[in-house]
Design a protein around this ligand. Structure first.
Ligand code: F6R
Length: 265
């Protein structure tokens, strides 16, 4: 089911393309199809990528397409949203490792074309400035993939994150450290306190946004992000400012939106 959804709370006329799938598998498949089409529609695609549990099955579907010969990553460049500070790239918990395991090493992306911020850089601010320069030099991001965290973050833009923030070091919210504790022996204290993240402004610069959320644990924060007034306290609410934003959810994640009245035939 697809709905064009116009929130009266938005400051200007911006349609969000909301797709509600019957279950997580259909939601992920729809998102994978959009990413695959985006890759096919550019001579040199530039993707913004996310990590996290939600994205694992999406990457698996992209890998399947590569293996069956219907998707070619040889011209693709990518930029990940974020990385922990103080975790070596080769560590199992790093987002470098995640990306290599789930995508980069599984497809024909050229070495060095999958960028992830370096959370071990001696000068973190310089690393963030260089990351912004690299995104700009690549021509900007065609499609930015997003998940949503329990704090309402996109990337690691924890509350409060101004909508004009750029790539920078941040302190992770305790809720996020708890959310991500599984990779750290279920010990939230073992999750790094800091991370590097693209800013909300960096994300909004992408030509297209695609947010994927599945499961009932996302329902309340999805409602706040899409229906409550936009606020730096929920950085995901900023996506309503974007002119080309698609949100794909399963029915569980969309349950609190009360979209019935807005559904198109
Ligand atoms: C990860 C990221 C985060 C996650 C979000 C949802 O790179 O930027 O914003 O997308 O925390 O994570 P999951 O999918 O694990 O619920």
């Amino acid at each position: 089911m697809t709905a064009r959804f116009r929130s009266t709370l938005q400051p200007r006329e911006t349609d969000m393309n909301i797709i509600i799938a019957p279950d997580p598998a259909h939601a992920v498949e729809k998102a994978a199809a959009i990413v695959a089409d985006e890759i096919r529609s550019h001579a040199r695609p530039v993707l913004g990528l996310a990590t996290g549990r939600t994205m694992e099955s999406l990457y698996a579907r992209l890998v399947t397409r590569y293996r069956d010969g219907t998707l070619d990553f040889s011209s693709t460049t990518s930029f990940n949203l974020d990385e922990y500070v103080g975790i070596p790239a080769a560590a199992p918990q790093s987002y470098h490792t995640y990306m290599h395991r789930h995508l980069f090493d599984q497809v024909n992306m050229r070495p060095g074309h999958g960028h992830v911020p370096n959370g071990m850089a001696p000068d973190l601010n310089a690393e963030c400035a260089a990351y912004e320069d690299l995104i700009r030099a690549s021509g900007g991001i065609d499609l930015q993939l997003l998940g949503i965290g329990e704090t309402g973050h996109i990337g690691f833009n924890e509350p409060p994150s101004a909508f004009d923030t750029r790539t920078r070091p941040v302190i992770l919210d305790p809720v996020t450290r708890q959310q991500n504790a599984e990779m750290f022996g279920n010990d939230a204290d073992a999750v790094p306190e800091r991370a590097l993240t693209m800013g909300v402004g960096t994300i909004l610069d992408a030509r297209r946004l695609l947010l994927l959320a599945v499961g009932s644990s996302k329902a309340a924060i999805i409602r706040k992000a899409l229906l409550d007034p936009m606020t730096p306290d929920i950085s995901a609410s900023a996506i309503r400012l974007h002119r080309d934003c698609t949100i794909i959810m399963d029915e569980a994640a969309a349950a609190e939106l009360g979209l019935e009245g807005s559904r198109l035939p």
